[in-house]
Design a protein around this ligand. Structure first.
Ligand SMILES: [Zn+2]
Length: 311
């Protein structure tokens, strides 16, 4: 327990009135957002950080809340979310589970958002892409977390949001977030420097998960194989092979949350390498705090091994 001064005792009483009783219960929607939040709250005894969705789920694009999820939300004081439409299951159910739950949107105010073009290549007419956005209800790509440069921003946003809710922890949140953001920016710089040395920077991805990473470190996405999770038809496979050849892609990347079968078939047909690249959308329930950094450093090795390095 923290030592409580008279002032913090009074604050605790105020918090209790708002639904806080002692420690702040921070709930995070997804695995990557939880990992960033755990880093932001590291070493601070006044906050408990818990993950709402299963760590092994990956992107919750088609997720429905369970009764257990509702119970977790009922117990929480704060819910840190990915935002940008990633959590379509939120809204009314959250208010029903816990009307006092404060939502911190980690992507709020981040500039340079990319469209969520899904599986569309860049030659597609813009009006088609816009129609797609309207169908999905969101215009922006929600996968900021997969780029260290954006993870830095997410951490600062999360710290600012938590500081408002829990002023006692503000100093720690801010200090941790700044240190984390600095590490993420070094990581992004390292990745960008290494990508410059690659023989080929044109890649194929399963869904829009790597758009920010690609932009921020200098990769070019030339095709998307499973924009909405489902497998392409035979005709779509042929079109993808044609596109991969035409754009001279260097590799087809798969991701841990989808079966690698489609990517492997495409790579074989097109005669180029394939490998798993990890956006860290999922991970082990007991992931260490530096899990993301380790995974990104491994991604860098994968990029070098599959795309080749200039002599
Ligand atoms: Zn996704």
């Amino acid at each position: 327990m923290r030592k409580k001064s008279v002032l913090s005792f009074c604050l605790a009483a105020v918090w209790a009135g708002l639904g806080f009783a002692g420690d702040v219960n921070i709930l995070c929607s997804t695995f990557p957002i939880c990992q960033i939040t755990r880093n932001v709250a590291a070493g601070y005894a006044g906050a408990k950080v818990e993950l709402l969705l299963p760590a092994s789920l990956g992107c919750p694009h088609h997720y429905s809340l369970t009764p257990q999820d509702m119970q977790k939300m009922a117990r929480a004081d704060v819910l840190v979310v990915n935002g940008l439409g990633m959590e379509e299951f939120l809204g009314a159910p959250v208010r029903k589970a816990n009307p006092r739950l404060i939502v911190v949107d980690s992507s709020q105010g981040i500039e340079g958002l990319l469209p969520y073009a899904g599986g569309h290549d860049h030659d597609e007419p813009a009006e088609d892409r816009e129609a797609e956005h309207e169908r999905e209800g969101e215009g922006a790509n929600p996968h900021l977390f997969a780029s260290p440069r954006q993870a830095a921003q997410l951490a600062l946003n999360i710290a600012a949001g938590l500081a408002k809710v829990d002023p006692d922890g503000a100093t720690v949140y801010e200090k941790n977030a700044k240190a984390y953001a600095a590490r993420m920016n070094v990581l992004a710089d390292d990745m960008a420097a290494e990508v410059k040395k690659l023989r080929n920077n044109r890649v194929v991805q399963p869904h829009g998960v790597f758009d920010y990473l690609a932009r921020d470190i200098g990769l070019e996405i030339v095709a998307v194989t499973q924009p909405h999770g489902q497998e392409p038809s035979a005709a779509e496979m042929l079109e993808l092979v044609r596109l991969i050849r035409e754009k001279q892609a260097g590799a087809v990347f798969t991701e841990p949350q989808y079966s690698p079968k489609v990517g492997q078939t495409l790579a074989r047909e097109a005669g180029i390498p394939t490998a798993v690249l990890d956006p860290v959308a999922l991970g082990p329930a007991d992931a260490p705090l530096d899990y993301y950094e380790t995974a990104m450093r491994k991604n860098l090795e994968t990029l070098r091994a599959t795309l080749g390095v200039n002599p």
